[in-house]
Structures are given as C-alpha cells and as structure tokens.
Ligand binder design. Sequence first.
Ligand code: GLC
Ligand code: MG
Length: 424
Amino acid sequence: MDRLTGSARLMIVSDLDHTMVDHHDPENLSILRFNALWEAKYRHDSLLVFSTGRSPTLYKQLRKEKPMLTPDITIMSVGTEITYGNAMVPDDGWVDFLNHKWDKKIVTEETSKFPELTLQSETEQRPHKASFYVKKEKAQEIMTNLSESLVKQGLDVKIIYSGGMDLDILPQGAGKGQALAYLHKKLKAEGKLPQNTLACGDSGNDAELFTIPDVHGVMVKNAQEELLQWHAENAKDNPKIIHADERCAAGIIQAIGHFKLGPNTSPRDLPDLLDAKLDHFDPAYEVVKFYLFLERWRRAEVETPEHYLNNLKAVFSPAGLYVNPFGIEQSFDDVIGKLKDCYGDKKGKQYRVWVDQVFPVQIDSNTWLVKFKKLDQTGEEQQCCYTTAILSSKDVEPSQGLAWVHVHQTWMDGSTSDAKDWFL
Ligand code: GLC
Ligand code: MG
C-alpha cells in the first residue's frame, strides 16, 4: 500500500473463483483481457485487491493454474486473513480484532453435533474460519440451529452460505465486507482513501462487499442464486450495484465502463495493434502492447507480418541489447532474426503471454526504465521472468511508440530454467 503516495484512483476488490477467474473458460480470455487493461491503464496509480474464500494454500495453487496478476493486497479465508504486497505480510491488527468473542474449540465442539455438516479439507480450516459442506435443502435450517447453539456458548459468530454448498463460520467482525471496511478505515487514516472502489463477486460470501458505504458493486453474470436473492431482498434499488451481462472478469470490465471509473477498453480487444496509436508516450501501454504482439506473432495471428516487422525494426534500436535469462547477450539484430524464425511456432497451442506489475520510472527527459514480470503459459506450464526494459522517446514519434533500447531478464524462482522456447 505504501507504493502509492496518494489516494488510489481506483481500488478493485474482487473475488477469485467464478469472478476474476472463469473456470469454464479454458482459454482464460476474460481474465487476460482484464490483466492487459489493468497493467496498461491502472497499475501505476490504482490498487488491486483479491478477496477470496480460499486459504493461503489453495490461493497459491490457483495462482499456479491461472494467469492471475499479483494483487497489492490479498484477503483470504473469507475476510479472516489480510496480507500486503508480494511478500504477503500479514496484518496482525486484524488478527487481534478477530479474537473478540471467538473460540475455535467451542465451534468445533458444537458443529460436531450436526451430522448434516461435512468438514471441508484440513487446509480450509483456519484460525478464524471453520468450513463445511451442507446440502442446499438443509442449509437454512442448519444455519438457524447452529447460530442458536453458538450464541448459547457465548460466541458472536457469522455463518455464511456460498456456492450452494459451502458453509463458513467466522467471528462476527470478520467477512469480506468487514475486511474491506477495515482497509478503507486504514487508508483513510493515512489520507489515502481511494477515489473509487469497485467490489466484484458471484456468491454468498461476496454479498457483504456490496454493503460497504461508497462502494460500487458488480455481480457478474454467472452470479449464484444465493447472491441474486440477497440482492433482490436487500439492495434492489441501489443504483451502485449492477448485475453484469458478461461473465466473470468481462463483467468487471463492463462495470468499469458502466460506472465511468476510467478507461475500459482492454488492449486485447484491439484487433490490429498497429492501429493503437497514442498522442503521447506511455511506457506501460507500450510494454503491454509489445507482449500482446508477441503472443499473436507466435500464434500466427498477425495479419500483415511484414508490416509489423518493419515497424518493429524502426523501434528496436540497432545498438540495443537483450540479455536473456540464461545470461547470454544478443544484439537487437539477432532478436529480430529470432522473431522471424518463431512466427507461428505456437500455432494451435494454448499459448498465452501476459505481463504483471508493470512499473515504469522516468530516468531522464526521454528515457524510462520499466520493471515487470513477463509470463507465458503453454497448456498447464507457466514460466516467468523478471524483466527490466529501457525505453526511449529519442528519434521516435508518439504514433510509432517508444524505442526499445535494452531488455534484461532473470528467471523467477520456480520457473523452468531449461525452457527451450523462452523468448523475450
Ligand atoms: C472457498 C474456500 C472454502 C469456503 C468457500 C466459500 O472455496 O476454499 O473453504 O467455504 O470458499 O467461502
Ligand atoms: Mg466466487
């Protein structure tokens, strides 16, 4: 959070499963569209918050499977665990607050008296969250009885039903909505309350996100019955909450447009990237655009390859140097040669490229140093390199885009460093 010196222009607080991540979209197109929009237009002055029911274990697993960006803040286990930054530093103040009228042992004892409750996996049982499966038909009755018996034991809990099967028991002060309110309060105390906040969700545990004051909300098209019912009963006339007619991340992009929160055209939606001309230099946009080009190039989805290549030659400075993650230096001449060779080498494969945490810093009047992670995925396999690029506005027009002067890459931990087909 300290990354921003003032208020975020936009804070997006999004659920993951079936909201940011579409499990019925094997090509992951809607999240990739969101990623390109976020990195090109929002990353530098906005905050991305993921708020998931998953425990840290299952959250990390999802990150390996899907092309997810790195959020600034991660809220896990249904608003019971808040962490900051890439290192995921826990918010201990939040943990202390949740201990109020909470005793996990009593919850375990009481719930064992309900045979209709099936315990979820061990990873999903957390210090301030007990999770079960329960059949839809039984859910309402069990919740009422369980609530009574826990009150009798002196506890103050919140019971949430999600996805037509999951039942979570949390301290009363916990939950996704309360975690968001806590973050708002914290940011406000630092004079950094976001100018706009957009909450995004699809199921029962997301409902309370939409009750936080001054928050715009989007229920994605594929929202669960329990969330739509909550909305019909509690927030029907609130114009700040919409039910999108697009699924998952595409619904989030739709909401950005609907509430006029900022740019809402993803660079991925531009059929011809050469048409995407700007009247000013924009290094983050440049990086996003280049890697989209690289994906299309290797998938053989560029209609006029010669045209692109000429454009590229004009912006890849002849004296430029690429230090690849194996530590080998290549001139930009060699890079262009290699590019020619790899046209279409990923055709027909599930090959996607995206960039994460694109941070440009201007180092002199016409030079930018841009740091980012470049990732690609063919089928299930993800690879990632920390990348540093130097871009220059010397001798180029904004309509041509910035000139690339230097690119340096280093494998990120866990990436397959023997990857033969890694390029740029
Ligand atoms: C996630 C969690 C699960 C929880 C559910 C609903 O699936 O893994 O424990 O019950 O979200 O909140
Ligand atoms: Mg969900």
